[in-house]
Design a binder for this molecule. Structure first.
Ligand code: FMN
Length: 328
């Protein structure tokens, strides 16, 4: 069984990938989407968005990975097969462990410029993008795809899955909802099972796995061994470890709030220098927004700090008295 850390634009960046791969349980990370227009993406953009690529050559396998060696796949989004393929080659030459193609983003601005979920209306184009990227990227580097079940409805889910398989993809991640379904529960896991039965590709199940019980039901209903976790893992930092323990039949002591506080503390320190001071603490507030779904303490902390702007304020509640002097 493999557990993937989902790509989440504006949420799961390299800071989060580093933190989460260190917590454990995550086997593979996927970058936030990188947009490809009619010009291929430059090295500079890849290195900015996926700093893990800078260290690709330090890892034994010589591919992009977080500092503890968890492989990073680079996700591309666009509709021009030639420039996506050229961008994929650049990413692979920089050391991307795999290329993932985004056919699921629901954002209006992205869909308007023919990227993400809107492409699911055109399985032929989806297949062509996969085919050209597969042809351009050395065969030892996986080319994978991530789809939703459709755009306005779920009628083309199988056509898209088949087109991706015929295009030569290595594996397929399915977020079990159409764009029209948004992020509203439920996720329609039974569609994933049909894909698993029809398509000869390894399939990764995704959508609405918040607990070990959700994972059990998802596995039963999809038949998938592999799962991708997004919001559930952000809300519960050791969910991947809990699932791994459950899969191995081992007892597991869930992460305490004080352990989460240490992670928050670490995250604050990791991110504070990365943003202009007017955004100080925003990443911690964003994470707390998700954590409060799992930890009541996070709700209290969120209410306390939501209007904070000053380093001393944050650092006092996060237990960082020494850091404040250095930062001011
Ligand atoms: C804020 C946000 C940003 C996302 N960004 C991406 C992205 O860049 N690429 C992508 O393939 N999916 C993206 N997704 C979708 C997630 O990867 C995932 O498919 C979805 O959240 C369902 O999984 P979950 O229920 O485990 O969160 C995003 C989702 C959210 C909520």
């Amino acid at each position: 069984m493999r557990i993937f850390l989902a790509p989440m634009e504006g949420v799961i960046d390299h800071h989060f990938r580093t933190l989460y791969s260190a917590i454990g349980g995550v086997d593979i990370c996927v970058s936030e989407f990188i947009r490809v227009n009619d010009v291929a993406v430059s090295k500079k953009v890849f290195l900015r968005d996926c700093p893990e690529l800078q260290h690709a050559s330090f890892h034994q396998q010589r591919f992009s990975a977080t500092p503890n060696g968890t492989p990073l796949r680079v996700q591309l989004l666009g509709s021009n097969p030639e420039t996506i393929a050229a961008s994929a080659v650049t990413a692979v030459n920089l050391g991307a462990s795999a290329i993932d193609l985004n056919f699921g983003c629901p954002a209006k601005t992205v869909n308007k410029s023919r990227g993400g979920a809107v492409l699911l209306k055109d399985p032929q184009l989806v297949g062509e993008i996969v085919r050209q990227v597969r042809a351009a990227v050395p065969s030892e580097r996986p080319v994978t795809a991530k789809i939703r079940l459709g755009f306005e409805d779920r009628s083309l889910y199988m056509d898209n899955a088949l087109a991706i398989a015929e295009g030569g993809a290595t594996e397929l991640c399915v977020h079990a909802r159409s764009r029209a379904d948004g992020y509203h529960p439920p996720a329609y896991w039974s569609y994933i099972k049909k894909i698993v039965e029809e398509v000869s590709l390894p399939v990764i199940a995704n959508g609405e796995v918040w607990t070990v019980d959700d994972w059990r039901r998802c596995r039963e209903q999809t038949g998938c061994q592999d799962v991708m976790l997004g919001r559930g893992l952000i809300a519960c930092p050791d969910l991947a470890l809990q699932i791994k323990a459950a899969a191995a039949g081992q007892r597991y002591q869930a992460m305490s709030w004080s352990a989460v506080m240490q992670l928050l503390n670490q995250f604050y320190c990791d991110t504070k220098a990365a943003y202009p001071s007017r955004f100080l603490g925003n990443r911690v507030k964003q994470w707390l927004f998700y954590l409060q779904m799992h930890y009541p303490e996070a709700k209290v902390l969120f209410e306390t700090i939501k209007r904070y702007r000053q380093a001393q304020e944050f650092e006092a509640v996060l237990g960082l008295p020494l850091a404040s002097a250095a930062y001011e």
